[in-house]
Write a protein that binds this ligand. Structure first.
Ligand SMILES: *[C@@H]1O[C@H](CO)[C@@H](O)[C@H](O)[C@H]1NC(C)=O
Ligand SMILES: *[C@@H]1O[C@H](CO)[C@@H](O)[C@H](O)[C@H]1NC(C)=O
Ligand SMILES: *[C@@H]1O[C@H](CO)[C@@H](O)[C@H](O)[C@H]1NC(C)=O
Ligand SMILES: *[C@@H]1O[C@H](CO)[C@@H](O)[C@H](O)[C@H]1NC(C)=O
Length: 482
């Protein structure tokens, strides 16, 4: 088959070009307008990604990854942990449907199953403490039963808050006291099964949550006051955090357990510290740091990494903060946000997604004749922001400098685009109108949406979204806008 040999040829060509152990990315799909999976897989290949991490077993994504050679970590969402924990049969069904089938009929290169996603996060109040480990055991049994025990490994992506240091230095690292025994049981199980520990590390969140966090320590330019731990000097938070884990593992007798960095990255909008400059500086600094292959002081050598994230997800919950929808190194349409040398291509520039289809060049804006104090205006903005995306409005964000009318227009347009430019979606009573003049100003882009993708999954497009109850935080946020 010509196509097959072409794709094999391409894969081997790629492995000759790459000199790195393989850079990975997280592919989340909480988007109002996801790119077609085939477009995303081509984007991955064009940019030399060799690994991808999925948060569930999205059928279309897995199908598109078939025969690409790209290594896949497929996830089991937290809300399935109880089922997986209570029934070996359910775990076997999950493995049969979401792993075995894709391996055999689709040639998907599945290497890992991620059981849960940061299940021990303190904000979950212990909801998944009882189910994660049994689910992990059942999935492992199911993999063995399916004959995949040696080729597909289990892991649990954990937030770095599962460990801490009693001394503020990496050498004081140990697992969190309230889950210490559970962590040891999981770590032993991973070790017994030749499986890796997966950790998500976020210097951005440290900066976001702690006003006194030394900004430079988040980056890799060695401009921060270094931290000296015994004979070891730490110049950045990543190394120190990663080595705190290494110490925690070593202290408990698992010093050789492989570690995967499941998520690392920097958002570009929605907060004063979330911008293109910082994101590029962090991600490029990090890539250069690990491409050198020197690892961290405690773990010299290659670091296995999945960047967070590949593409922006405009339908994610903003509960963690408005930055949550802006983690992508690519925009919603697969265009690159900034230059980033991943070490896999010669140019150092990111290649944009190819063949993306946009809706018409038109926008919904506030009517010039409408008055800001018209009560319809504030009602309409609340409605639009509640259903679309206003996370780029706010102090220090890309559209933070808009005037009051600009704010209103931004909200209207976001709603209009999300509803595929349906005429009905720009009929805020007497206060909105459609324009063919791009209202973007400076860093503030008024997006034109991409064509909706009608692939395998069902979604309602072409009809207006039903109102949802606004989160109280969002209402407060909106009150500040107007
Ligand atoms: C396979 O994964 C999908 C997506 O996560 C999930 O909805 C489905 O229930 C899984 N299938 C089985 C048999 O567990
Ligand atoms: C966790 O507990 C806090 C305080 O009791 C509560 O506000 C929050 O909604 C809970 N979160 C979850 C995910 O249950
Ligand atoms: C526009 O909205 C932003 C975000 O809430 C706010 O900071 C800004 O003050 C608003 N501008 C005007 C002129 O109302
Ligand atoms: C829109 O404007 C027209 C004319 O000014 C007015 O008669 C009508 O009541 C307005 N409609 C609404 C919903 O405000």
């Amino acid at each position: 088959m010509g196509w097959l040999s072409f794709s094999i040829g391409l894969v081997s060509l790629c492995s000759m070009v790459f000199t790195v152990s393989g850079i990975g990315a997280n592919w989340g799909t909480q988007c109002s307008h996801p790119l077609p999976p085939d477009t995303v897989v081509r984007l991955l290949r064009d940019n030399g990604f060799q690994r991808i991490k999925l948060f569930d077993a999205d059928y279309d994504a897995l199908r598109a990854l078939g025969k690409s050679g790209i290594e896949v970590m497929v996830g089991i969402p937290n809300d399935m942990l109880l089922t997986m924990a209570s029934s070996v049969k359910a775990a076997e069904k999950w493995v049969a449907k979401n792993v075995s089938t894709h391996l055999t009929t689709n040639n998907v290169n599945i290497k890992y199953v991620a059981v849960g996603n940061e299940p021990f996060l303190e904000t979950y109040n212990g909801s998944f403490l009882k189910t994660t480990f049994p689910a992990l055991q059942n999935v492992q049994s199911a993999l063995i039963k399916a004959g995949l025990g040696t080729t597909v490994k289990v892991t649990v992506p954990l937030n770095a808050d599962v460990y801490a240091s009693s001394t503020d230095y990496p050498s004081g690292g140990d697992f969190r006291a309230d889950i210490h025994d559970l962590m040891l049981a999981i770590v032993k199980f991973l070790s017994d099964n030749g499986a890796p520990f997966t950790v998500n590390i976020y210097p951005f969140i440290s900066l976001y949550t702690d006003e006194n966090f030394p900004v430079e320590y988040a980056f890799f330019d060695e401009k921060a006051t270094p931290v000296t731990d015994g004979g070891t000097t730490y110049y950045n938070m990543f190394d120190a955090n990663y080595d705190t884990l290494v110490w925690a593992l070593q202290k408990n007798g698992f010093g050789n357990l492989p570690i995967i960095v499941g998520e690392i990255g920097w958002p570009t909008d929605g907060d004063r510290n979330a911008n293109i400059q910082y994101a590029q500086r962090f991600n490029q600094g990090f890539m250069t740091h690990i491409l050198g292959g020197k690892g961290t002081p405690m773990r010299p050598g290659a670091v296995d990494v999945y960047l967070f994230s590949l593409i922006d997800e405009d339908a994610k919950s903003v509960q963690p903060g408005n930055f949550e929808r802006h983690w992508g190194i690519f925009n919603y349409d697969g265009s690159a946000k900034y230059q980033l040398n991943l070490g896999a291509t010669n140019s150092g520039a990111l290649a944009a997604a190819r063949g993306v289809k946009y809706l018409d060049q038109k926008w919904c804006v506030m009517k010039p004749s409408a008055k800001l104090d018209d009560p319809q205006v504030s009602l309409s903005v609340s409605y639009a922001c509640g259903l679309a995306d206003c996370t780029t409005l706010g102090y220090g964000t890309s559209c933070g400098n808009l005037d009051a009318r600009g704010n209103v227009s931004y909200a209207f347009n976001s709603y209009y685009q999300r509803n595929n430019q349906l005429d009905q979606a720009c009929k805020f009573p007497n206060v909105s109108m459609i324009t063919k003049t791009d209202p973007s100003v400076g860093s503030c882009k008024f997006p034109v949406m991409i064509e909706p993708y009608y692939g395998g999954t069902e979604r309602t497009v072409g009809s207006l979204q039903k109102p949802v109850i606004l989160a109280s935080g969002l209402i407060l946020f909106l009150l500040r806008i107007l």
